[in-house]
Design a protein around this ligand. Structure first.
Ligand SMILES: *Cc1c(COP(=O)(O)O)cnc(C)c1O
Length: 234
């Protein structure tokens, strides 16, 4: 077994234990393997192990890696063996900031976006989705620690932004956050969970390598894990 395959099992095991403690089903939690800065050779072992959900933080980097990897791993061209035919298609989510002028590339490339945080981006994404006739779900990113340097909308702007996505026919599965570093993330995860509940959303994209177990205990449906799967980024 390859190192990152061992790490995948290790992370899945921790997820399952955290879910059990919280009386949740492990299947209700999606592990997004954050493959930013990793080259195809580092990503393939996870694909070979059957993992199908990945995340990137930059449009251009994803464009350089994923069309080829998708083709390599979901060739339903009649040549796929029966075993391969059972495997789900590869999914790639955008978890990083998105500029409006890249909205069309993003809609074409990704299966979901986790960083919708402003009305102008709702507009740009809706326009891109209409043009490409392809609709992808978008989590609303909330600046949960009210940090000036961080992306995400203000907590008080969440209802307005949800309303804008409804009008634009963009599906919002839930809320996403990156809590402040150096402090315990639990209060921020709990606050995001409350905000989602108040707005009748069920999805929670929260938790990274250092805190995904806490996130799972507090209701995360999508955890975004890079370092714990691939090792330290160079
Ligand atoms: C890089 C990144 C992650 C993964 O971080 P790790 O600490 O490596 O697990 C998660 N979410 C976002 C938005 C990221 O940019």
């Amino acid at each position: 077994m390859n190192k990152s395959q061992e790490k995948l099992i290790f992370v899945q095991d921790k997820m399952a234990k955290a879910a059990k403690l919280a009386r949740r089903k492990a299947e209700d939690i999606n592990l997004i393997a954050i493959s930013k800065t990793r080259v195809a050779d580092e990503i393939r072992p996870l694909l070979d192990a059957g993992h199908r959900l990945f995340g990137e933080n930059r449009v251009q980097e994803a464009e350089e890696k994923w069309p080829a990897l998708r083709e390599e791993y979901c060739s339903f061209d009649g040549q796929a063996s029966e075993e391969q035919a059972d495997v789900e298609p590869v999914k790639v989510h955008l978890v990083g900031q998105l500029q409006s002028n890249k909205a069309e590339d993003a809609v074409r490339l990704f299966d979901a976006i986790h960083s919708l945080d402003r009305p102008s981006l709702v507009k740009a994404l809706a326009k891109a989705m209409d043009k490409l006739d392809r609709r992808i779900p978008c989590f609303i990113q909330v600046n949960i620690g009210e940090e000036p340097q961080k992306g995400g909308c203000e907590i008080t702007d969440v209802p307005k932004l949800i309303e804008a996505t409804r009008l634009a026919d963009i599906e919002v599965p839930g809320l996403m956050c990156i809590p402040p570093s150096q402090v315990h993330p639990a209060p921020y995860f709990a606050l995001l969970a409350k905000l989602a509940k108040d707005n009748e959303l069920t999805g929670l994209s929260m938790g990274m390598s250092g805190d995904f177990e806490t996130a799972v205990k507090l209701g995360a449906t999508h955890i975004r894990v890079g370092t714990a799967l691939f090792g330290e980024r160079g």
